[in-house]
Design a protein around this ligand. Structure first.
Ligand code: COA
Length: 260
């Protein structure tokens, strides 16, 4: 598929999805959000893809937010629709059965921070900057920010970022648990690639189950989540990958997983 504001490159089972509006610091206009949704559909369905890295074009920004020139024109109804459409696309990222890593290579503000938070893990370059500055514009986050930020960093820290609009550096983002690791910018994509390659050695079925269980379980109480986990554990026990993984351990050899 052809995209105006995205670049997709696939190499060694890794899809690199680059938000590509560098002259606007990769700000998310409607078209870009729609294209991210289509890109995720395409990559989720593509059997040659086992993991996805999302990054921003250029060295300055991951994504500097939703496009403020479009937000300026929104009213109650169009605003609700704009937010709901963005949420649906970001939910698609979070619910992708393949691991999705954010390679945050610069500003991740507003919708950019929300995009990074929708990914399963976040890796940041040393120049990355994070924030939810919507309050500066008389706005609130609309692509999941008020919900995913407290889930990731806790209520107090989330409320501090959301109410002050403060922008924090990569080290502070690491300290509060918003990012998994901070690496030099020229090593960022390599590091993400290595994480994915480690994951590719595991059972794809087990990996996608883990992603789903973590996503679903966080929205349930512990008892319900554990019940679900037991059901899915049983499901996994009936699969070929569990038979292969346990046999390989006992036979002191490397497993060959089929993803079934
Ligand atoms: N929406 C639309 N356009 C944006 C944008 C956004 N969120 N963020 C940056 N841009 C555009 C700028 O308008 C500018 O376009 P222009 O060259 O046509 O004037 C271009 O990207 C470069 O940005 P600029 O502000 O000149 O870069 P800078 O280095 O001086 O500042 C930022 C970088 C990120 C601090 C600044 O762009 C900024 O504050 N952006 C908005 C962040 C924000 O509030 N995001 C949440 C939105 S809800």
């Amino acid at each position: 598929m052809n995209y105006s504001n995205l670049k997709i490159e696939i190499k060694e089972s890794i899809a690199l999805l680059t938000i590509n509006r560098p002259d606007k610091l990769n700000a998310l206009n409607r078209k870009t959000v729609e294209e991210i949704g289509s890109g995720m559909d395409e990559l989720t369905a593509d059997e040659n893809v086992r993991g996805i890295i999302i990054t921003g074009a250029g060295e300055k920004a991951f994504v500097a937010g939703a496009d403020i020139s479009e937000i300026a024109a929104l009213d109650r109804e169009t605003g609700r629709k704009f937010a709901a459409a963005g949420q649906a696309v970001f939910d698609k990222i979070e619910q992708c059965p393949k691991p999705v890593l954010a390679a945050v290579n610069g500003f991740a503000l507003g919708g950019g921070c929300e995009l990074a938070m929708a990914c399963h893990m976040r890796f940041a370059s040393e120049n990355a900057r994070f924030g939810q500055p919507e309050v500066n514009l008389g706005l609130i986050p609309g692509f999941g920010g008020t919900q995913r930020l407290p889930r990731l960093v806790g209520k107090g820290r989330a409320l501090q970022l959301l109410t002050t609009g403060d922008v924090i550096g990569a080290d502070e983002a690491f300290r509060i648990g918003l990012v998994n690791e901070v690496v030099p910018q020229n090593e960022l994509l390599d590091r993400c690639g290595r994480i994915l390659k480690t994951i590719f050695e595991k059972s794809p079925l087990a990996v996608s189950e883990v992603i789903e269980m973590v996503n679903k379980g966080l929205d349930l109480d512990l008892a319900a989540a554990e019940k679900l986990e037991a059901i899915r554990f049983g499901h996994i026990c009936a699969g070929e990958d569990k038979a292969e993984g346990t046999a390989a351990f006992l036979e002191k050899r490397k497993p060959k997983f089929s993803g079934k």
